[in-house]
Design a protein around this ligand. Structure first.
Ligand code: S3P
Length: 441
């Protein structure tokens, strides 16, 4: 297991691009595979999670090529073009792959088994197996189908109306993907609006999908046509550099071509609310997704309260938001984020442990965290700590977002920080540490 040492930075400066969006890369492979003809995906995220989705569709007979310069070509065989995989499908660490692909597998008239690593095998699957069973799929798994490995014998699905108790794009997408194989209209209602990349992409490939915020309706058995997809830069990856610049004195960074889909851009709202100097420039649209360039400067941040719908729009950025909160004046309160407890690791427990090791005052609560801001100036004057954090021996908990959030905290800590078990960063952002080195001054 590799570890890394991160030293404090003088400042963060430069102009960068971050790798392609993880959610959109997954969906482009899945929807491209179910379409007729060729789908070319530019700026595909070559991270382990998305490569696992690609391997899974190859195992079901889809011909794919990875070209130079992150272009992936998918030769789709249409809605009924998949074949029974010869072996268990192992999607590694990727919750998006197992949950959304289970929706696809539910529509197949064959036998499949899908599983993943030890983290995946602990994560809740009842949230997808319950609606997929209602649609008619036969699904077996540990804990009465609530835990992977999942065995799925699908086909003959009927469309349903389903009200999901969790605001989860994976759950919504799993049901909508299954709905592709059911005659009639499949409708999902969610309690808060989760990311809508599936709805946008299905429309782009020719499906009929209506959305009015919380209700999403898909007409089954569409003919999807292969398309050209340009994957925007991942806002979840950009966020590490935005927060790094916001909290490190003397910094300014420009992140180009970032997806700013409003259902994903909660971190921009949150940073603005905390007083960050942030500019979103050069707005454009690619394949139904808005993109822009984001510029941010070192800023004096103030604590704030985050709860309700905005949490869903920045669910993956909350560990990082906790890092920003350690540098803000006053207290930051994060609530309604119970979902963090069932991510790749329990992110509330993990961030509390690691930030405390670095000297921050963090109080975990059932559905979030309370983070005390910067220590009073007297402590600085006495030279106790730089930026209120000190270097420490930290651990990723096997979770890419914890590893990268701790690395950002290390930039403004006093002394060096080591982070153990950093291989997990390969899942979503293999070039993260190299890119971080390229902007530190
Ligand atoms: C994702 C949805 C979110 C997010 C995950 C990616 C997606 O998960 O945390 O990283 O691509 O649909 P939930 O659906 O569990 O909220």
């Amino acid at each position: 297991m590799r570890q890394i040492t991160v030293n404090p930075a003088e400042s963060i400066k430069g102009q960068i691009n971050v790798p392609g969006d993880k959610s959109i890369s997954h969906r482009a492979v899945m929807i491209g595979s179910l379409s007729e003809g060729v789908t070319r995906i530019q700026n595909f995220l070559m991270g382990e999670d998305c490569l696992n989705t690609l391997r899974a569709f190859r195992a079901m007979g889809i011909q794919t090529e990875i070209g130079d310069d992150r272009v992936v070509t998918i030769h789709g065989n249409g809605l009924d073009g998949l074949c029974e995989p010869e072996d268990v499908i192992d999607i590694g660490n990727s919750g998006t792959s197992i949950r959304i692909m289970s929706g696809v597998l539910a529509g197949q008239p064959f036998y499949s088994v899908i599983t993943g690593d030890s983290s995946i095998r602990r994560r809740p699957m009842g949230r997808i197996t319950e609606p997929l069973r209602k649609m008619g799929a036969r699904i077996f798994g540990r804990g009465n189908g609530t835990l992977a490995p999942l065995t799925i014998i699908g086909g003959d699905l009927k469309s349903i109306y389903y009200k999901t108790p969790v605001a989860s794009a994976q759950v919504k997408s799993s049901i909508l993907m299954a709905g592709l194989f059911a005659n009639g209209y499949t409708t999902v209602t969610e309690p808060a609006q989760s990311r809508d990349h599936t709805e946008r992409m299905l429309r782009f490939f020719g499906a009929e999908v209506q959305s009015d915020g919380l209700n999403h309706q898909l007409k089954g058995l569409p003919r999807l046509k292969g398309r050209e997809i340009i994957v925007p830069g991942d806002i979840s990856s950009a966020a590490y550099f935005l927060v790094a610049a916001a909290i490190t004195p003397g910094s300014e960074i420009l992140v180009k071509d970032v997806g700013i889909n409003p259902t994903r851009a909660g971190i921009l709202e949150a940073l603005k609310q905390m007083g960050a100097k942030i500019q979103v420039e050069n707005h454009r649209k690619v394949n139904g997704e808005p993109i822009a360039d984001i510029r941010i400067y070192h800023s004096k941040l103030r604590g704030a309260t985050f709860k309700g719908d905005v949490i869903v729009r920045m669910i993956d950025e909350i560990p990082l938001l906790a890092v920003a909160a350690t540098q803000a004046e006053g207290e930051t309160v994060i609530r309604d984020a119970k979902e963090l407890r069932v991510k790749e690791t329990d992110r509330i427990a993990a961030m509390t442990k690691e930030l405390r090791q670095m000297g921050a005052e963090v109080e975990p609560i059932e559905d979030g965290m309370i983070i005390s801001g910067n220590p009073p100036p007297t402590l600085f004057q006495r030279g106790v700590q730089k930026g209120g954090l000190r270097g420490a021996e930290c651990d990723s908990h096997g979770d890419h977002r914890i590893a990268m959030s701790v690395a950002v905290a290390a930039l403004i800590a006093d002394g060096e920080t080591t982070i153990s078990d950093i291989d997990c960063v390969q899942t979503s952002f293999p070039s993260f540490f190299k890119l971080l080195d390229s902007v530190r001054r």
